[in-house]
Structures are given as C-alpha cells and as structure tokens.
Design a protein around this ligand. Structure first.
Ligand SMILES: NC(=O)c1ccc[n+]([C@@H]2O[C@H](COP(=O)([O-])OP(=O)(O)OC[C@H]3O[C@@H](n4cnc5c(N)ncnc54)[C@H](OP(=O)(O)O)[C@@H]3O)[C@@H](O)[C@H]2O)c1
Length: 252
C-alpha cells in the first residue's frame, strides 16, 4: 500500500486510460500527484475522483511554452519531483498518402519533442533516486501501416530512453519505457473509425493475440508502479513490453 509513500509524481495524460489508472494506483500507494490533460470534462472528472489534494493542470503536451508553465506550477506546488511519467500521446491513424504536414508535426511534437523538453525542463526538480517513465508502443518494433508517424515517434522515444538512461544515471535518475500493446482505454475506444471498422479491428487483435484479449489500463499501471518505485532500482534505459505476447507473433 505504501510503495510510493512520501514521493511526488507528475503524470501527463492522466485523465484517461493508462494515465488515469496509474494515477489511481500511485495515489493508493501514497504518492502526491499532479496530472495533466486537455479535455475540460475529463479534467473535471479526474479532479472529482482523485480529490482536491491532486494537482490537475490543463497542459498541451506538444507546446514548449505550456511545458514551461506546467513545470513552474509543479515546482511551486511540490518543490521537487520523484516520478515523472510522460504518457500523453497523439495517435492519429492515417494511410501514408493522407498524412499532412500538420499531422506529422502534431504527432512528433507531442510524442517526441514535447517529451524531450519535458525531461529537460523537469531535471532541476528531479532529485537523486528519481524515476522517469515514458510510454512507447509496440508499433515501434512491429510496424503498423496506418500508424507510420506514430510508430516512428515511439521508436525515437526508445532511442531517447537508452541515451538518457546513460546521461542521467550518474545523477541517480533512472529513465525507462513502458511499451504497451493493444489496451482497452478511452483513447483506444475513441479511435476515429466507423463503428463496424473499429469492431473488426478489435476482433482481429483479439483473435491474433496469444492471450486472446486486449490489456487493461490497470495491467499497464502495475508496470508503471514497478518502474516508479525502488523495486526497479537496478533497471536503467529499459523498455518493458506489456502486450499479452502479441508482438511475438509471426504471421504466416
Ligand atoms: N491504448 C493502447 O492500445 C495503446 C497502445 C500502445 C501505446 N499506447 C500509449 O499509451 C499512452 C496512453 O494511451 P491511452 O490509450 O491510455 O490514451 P487515452 O485513454 O486517450 O488517454 C490519453 C491521455 O493523454 C492526454 N493527451 C492526449 N494528447 C494530449 C496532448 N496533446 N496534450 C496533453 N494531453 C494529451 C489525454 O487528455 P485529453 O483526452 O484531455 O486530450 C488523456 O489524458 C499513449 O502514450 C499511447 O501512445 C496506448
């Protein structure tokens, strides 16, 4: 119950799916929390559920000026940070011919540039023994035709985690990644697809998955807790796959 007692944590994208499940678990394990999101209704619902002691901040993950402001607010509130979970991402599907320059920039800004600068700007707040966690995706290993830019942004993150793993460990700061497969989250269920296409995609995933189902946000949150806590003290620059085995499957 107290694996994060006395620790402070910032979770980006903490109002839905994996981020919200992690916020619930971190809170239950004793952490003081700040979370971000954009949608006003989801921000309000998270405040209601996580309580007034949780700092809820509307912040655009791809905007450097909003990242500055976010870190300022977290510093004013907590003074320092023990856990930085960079989880917000943009996941717009599009076939290669239809990707626009604006979509390309949006995905790379939120999923890669924003994460790099969030880490850079949070560094002065991160003490020795701090843990940084980023959320990648199995698309960074398997390829996914309609998520080419998304998968590439998550592959860039895998590389970043390795380089920053080496750069930051001398200060006692560990950085690792969680690499989810298909997870039954609000974001997954809000994918902009016609209902019948969405159901076909979901059934196809369930059929191909060795475990024959999607994962739950809570199953990913437990891995985030492991990486956030001192239980993972010797884990550095690693990417933990949480996908029910689907990325191991070779199709005939
Ligand atoms: N679900 C899956 O199958 C799956 C698979 C592989 C990887 N992942 C990764 O897991 C992470 C969480 O995904 P999820 O499925 O839990 O998504 P989700 O349910 O849609 O939640 C996403 C969270 O991120 C926030 N967010 C999205 N874009 C943002 C932006 N530009 N600025 C600030 N906040 C933003 C959302 O807030 P608003 O709603 O207010 O925008 C929400 O709080 C992502 O990094 C995703 O790439 C998910």
């Amino acid at each position: 119950m107290d694996r994060l007692k006395g620790k402070t944590a910032l979770i980006t994208g903490g109002t839905s799916g994996i981020g919200l499940a992690t916020a619930r678990l971190f809170r239950a394990e004793g952490a003081r929390l700040a979370i971000t999101g954009r949608d006003a209704a989801r921000l309000a619902a998270a405040q209601e559920e996580l309580g007034s002691e949780t700092l809820i901040i509307r912040s655009e993950a791809g905007s450097l000026s909003e990242i500055d402001s976010l870190m300022e607010q977290v510093k004013n509130h907590f003074g320092q940070l023990d856990v930085l979970f960079l989880n917000a991402a943009s996941a717009l599907p599009a076939p290669v011919e239809l990707v626009t320059g604006a979509q390309f920039d949006e995905i790379m800004n939120v999923n890669f540039k924003g994460i790099f600068f969030s880490i850079q700007k949070a560094l002065p707040m991160l003490g020795g023994n701090a843990s940084i966690i980023v959320t990648t995706s199995i698309t960074n290993r398997t390829g996914s035709p309609n998520f080419s830019i998304y998968g590439a942004s998550k592959a860039a993150l895998r590389s970043l985690v390795q380089s920053l793993g080496l750069a930051l460990i001398a200060r006692g700061i560990r950085i690792n990644a969680i690499n989810p497969g298909p997870i039954d989250t609000g974001g997954f269920n809000r994918l902009p697809l016609p209902q019948e296409v969405f159901q076909a995609v979901k059934s196809d995933i369930e059929g191909r998955s060795p475990i024959k189902r999607l994962g739950t946000p809570e199953e990913v949150a437990k891995v985030a807790l492991f990486l956030a806590s001192d239980d993972s003290a010797y884990v550095v620059g690693e990417e933990i796959v949480v996908d029910g085995g689907i990325s191991l499957v070779c199709l005939p």
